[in-house]
Design a binder for this molecule. Structure first.
Ligand code: BGC
Length: 289
């Protein structure tokens, strides 16, 4: 007999999710968020500022003054903020970004390696440029930023008044660090790579009290996957992959990022926290196998 475990499908109202509290949990900490002027990065950057951190908003293109608006919003929370334009896949842009941050804020306590892109194509049509762009931003970019952050964490060490740790790195991964994704081999390979990058750095730098973790978002409503949720039909199809029966929103990720960056999560390193409504639970097996 097949049990219809999904009989309540689609019957849930939009949940009233809690807002990130305006707090001092990250007070005195200096954070850099890459790809911070849209989607998940924007929510995470604003969340960190709300929790008391001063924030560098890294971006590549900012046509609609989002960065300025974010700076104003962050200042309203009592945080200091600055924007910095840099393509994280380019070493000669990453280094000046860290230099500018150290000049303004003195140091770094939290790096959120968030910048990520998709350039989708079937494998037999994928160009080398599509492959290299995605690996460049998603994987090499995380390496380049992590390297600069770790240098500074090691130089400075733990400042007890600020945090129990000498530094925290949060890598924005994806459910696709474990779920293969046809038509997106560059993206899935970059996210699988991030998993071992994160774990290997975590293993290497744990003795310096540096924590390195990933967040693995599932389907979150952002510009990167707009087509997957923009119409009711698309959203319905997407929900067949999400046992929890709602598509995520950027704040679902920001709440976890704030907590993971804080001393509340001090004993956590080398781990991916999936925030995916159960997408990694192989929902196709719920009624079969
Ligand atoms: C991708 C999205 C996708 C989601 C779930 C994310 O990492 O960027 O486009 O909707 O994974 O498949």
């Amino acid at each position: 007999m097949v049990i219809d475990i999904y009989k309540n499908k689609g019957e849930y109202p939009e949940p009233r999710l809690p807002q990130i509290e305006h707090s001092n949990i990250l007070k005195g900490q200096k954070a850099l968020v890459t790809g911070a002027n849209s989607g998940i990065g924007k929510s995470v950057a604003l969340g960190l500022a709300k929790a008391g951190a001063d924030v560098v908003i890294n971006y590549v293109v900012d046509n609609d003054n989002t960065v300025d608006q974010m700076i104003k919003e962050m200042q309203g929370y009592g945080a200091e903020a600055m924007g910095f334009q840099a393509d994280v896949s380019q070493e000669d842009q990453v280094k000046p970004m860290f230099e500018a941050m150290f000049k303004k804020f003195g140091t770094i306590d939290i790096l959120v390696n968030n910048a990520g892109i998709q350039r989708d194509a079937p494998i037999d049509q994928m160009t080398l440029s599509q492959w290299q762009q995605v690996i460049g931003v998603n994987l090499t970019g995380q390496f380049l930023c992590a390297r600069e952050a770790v240098k500074e964490f090691k130089r400075r060490g733990v400042v007890e008044a600020v945090s129990c740790a000498a530094g925290k790195i949060i890598c924005m991964s994806s459910v696709h660090e474990v779920i293969p994704w046809a038509g997106h081999v560059n993206y899935a390979a970059s996210k699988g790579g991030i998993m071992q990058l994160m774990k290997s750095i975590a293993q290497e730098v744990a003795p310096y009290r540096i924590r390195v973790n990933s967040i693995g978002p599932g389907a979150i409503k952002t510009p990167i996957n707009h087509a997957a949720w923009a119409t009711p039909e698309a959203e319905k199809a997407l929900l067949t992959l999400i046992p929890y029966q709602r598509v995520g929103v950027p704040d679902d990720i920001a709440r976890v990022a704030v907590w993971l960056a804080s001393d509340l999560a001090d004993y956590i390193t080398g781990t991916t926290i999936f925030v995916d409504g159960g997408m990694t639970l192989y929902p196709g097996f719920a009624t079969g196998g």
